[in-house]
Design a protein around this ligand. Sequence first.
Ligand SMILES: Nc1ncnc2c1ncn2[C@@H]1O[C@H](COP(=O)(O)OP(=O)(O)OP(=O)(O)O)[C@@H](O)[C@H]1O
Ligand SMILES: [Mg+2]
Length: 306
Amino acid sequence: MPTPSITISRPQTGTGNSGLSSSSEAASLARKYPVIDAIRSGRAHDSAVHEAMQGLDPVLDVAGFRLWYGKAQALHNVSLSVPRGKVTALIGPSGCGKSTLIRSVNRLNDLIDGVRVEGEMSLAGESVYGASVDVIDLRKRVGMVFQKPNPFPMTIFENVVYRLRIDGERRRSFLADACERALRSAALWDEVKDRLKDSALGLSGGQQQRLCIARAVVADPELLLLDEPCSALDPVATLRIEELIHEISNRYSVLIVTHNMQQAARVSDYTAFMYLGRLVEYGPTSALFQTPRLLETEDYVSGRFG
Ligand SMILES: Nc1ncnc2c1ncn2[C@@H]1O[C@H](COP(=O)(O)OP(=O)(O)OP(=O)(O)O)[C@@H](O)[C@H]1O
Ligand SMILES: [Mg+2]
């Protein structure tokens, strides 16, 4: 239960009406949001994981996962299973560890000095951090798309088949088929089929992002990670990407970070709400948005908190 006298500092980022002008307001906020209060004051709390999450076939299993950047702990005991063949959204205020968590799946954080992890993570039943894991192989099993489109300075065709080329694939017809399939998956084929030899840098931002999705799915990844894929795009391009996510969700397992609550509600089957490096609530998206277990979640998804 909350400690009424605790002092809570204002969240570092984000908006909302949680600014505090007195310790009594802090105490009343602590009573209102006991889970957030426990997290902020370093006390143990259980994540509210809905029963509907039990027994699903997981593509990614995260168990007691912790991560430190040097001395600063960014993830605290995160446990969640990401269902196979579904879209799972990660939401939470800026700095709560969403990108850190998804970058941990393909071990991109390994490239940062001073990163240390504890706990377990497995992709399709195989350990991600085990001593014998080949990180290059692991990264081949995971596709990733970032906030800003980052096409390589080469042709559209070469961008799409890049993954296959570095695996040594040379057969022209195989590459051409794979390129067409990936571009169709990314809903870009009709727009670029006559200019595959043009530079990818000449595409619009929204086209570039769909190209990055095509590049990420060309080798049929077991999991597609999308870190705020629409945040640099206009509403029309955003809608295209959302339709595309919906369409590919019957072929791929997708884990998407978004700050846009409507987007999470529209595109995902499951939603995980994180706060200060912890998993707060996790369940089917409809339940998380309409009948969440915690007032914290209800107020976050409706923009009243965070
Ligand atoms: N390379 C890094 N070195 C040190 N600390 C980092 C690094 N990357 C992230 N952090 C810290 O880890 C915490 C989680 O950051 P992260 O980028 O995962 O948050 P996020 O939820 O993705 O935020 P946003 O919504 O703003 O993208 C933050 O406190 C951040 O400052
Ligand atoms: Mg981020």
